[in-house]
Design a protein around this ligand. Sequence first.
Ligand SMILES: *Cc1c(COP(=O)(O)O)cnc(C)c1O
Length: 342
Amino acid sequence: MIDLRSDTVTKPDDEMRAAAAAAEVGDDVYGEDPTVNDLEARAAERVGMEAALYVPTGTMGNQIAARVHTERGQEVLADRKSHVVKYELGGFAQLAGLQVRMLDADPRGVPTPAEIDASYVEEDLHRPGTGLLCLENTHNARGGLAIAPEKIDAAADAAHDRGVPVHVDGARLFNAATALEVPVADLTDPIDSVMFCLSKGLGAPVGSMLAGSAEFIERARRVRKLFGGGMRQAGIVAAPGLRALENVQDLETDHENARLLAAGLAEIDGLDVREPETNIVLVDVSGLGLTSEDVLDRLEDRGVRASAFGETTLRLCTHRCVSRDEVDRAVELAAEGLSSND
Ligand SMILES: *Cc1c(COP(=O)(O)O)cnc(C)c1O
């Protein structure tokens, strides 16, 4: 089976397993796990922030950030197609008591300064006040778009002018930096906090990092405990995370494979393939006269897995556990599966 559903399906390699087995550990809730402490220090350094916190999932990282940055009843500005809006079970409402004001003006999912100005709500007797701007990089649902520093800068400036902090859901932040050929710090300099996943393209089995100022992370540590994310001998899973930080340079291979995958699929009649910017390929299958689910079934029968991303859109994700040969093979199998008249 060639599994292109997500880059979360990557399995830890032998080095990661060996690192887990050999990890020095302690009770991380007491701050005594040397491996976690090392990971937090190195992650902070990588993203150019003062401090970082190891969290079990990206979702928890985003939710902790929202909770720390805001007060109950405030509004959070977020793109209509962002992960925090679509795929986190309304967590901002459930866990931080926030109302989401969904923005939609920009096809790359980054609100323009004008849109931020227009959406900003000043607190008064009747109005809740805007407490946070949340951006996403790469932007998953819009096709793995790598958002350039200038766009982040402009949005962050507009928010900061109003006294509104900015969090970036950077589940695939290193994919963005790789695609844009900029240092990660260029993407994080203008913002207040960032979450990135170790468990996606970087290949770790578990975990994400939340980074920000030392004061922000101190508060985030308490909220992590509140949300049930205080782990004990977490060095066992943090050790593969440390190895994962060394895999950043391999992301370019995933991006190249995504371009090959897209070019191959584009040759198949009835498929409208979006040119990928990173490791995510969106394919509109409406030209086949089939639904996403029909197409997924046909692919699965041939040994290829993808995800449905809407009624007639599929998402295919390249990652370190799919080789270039397997990408070529996936295109062949898709061509067979989708040209047959069964
Ligand atoms: C995967 C993902 C997350 C959440 O990560 P989990 O570890 O699955 O909770 C958040 N944002 C984006 C854009 C993602 O792709």
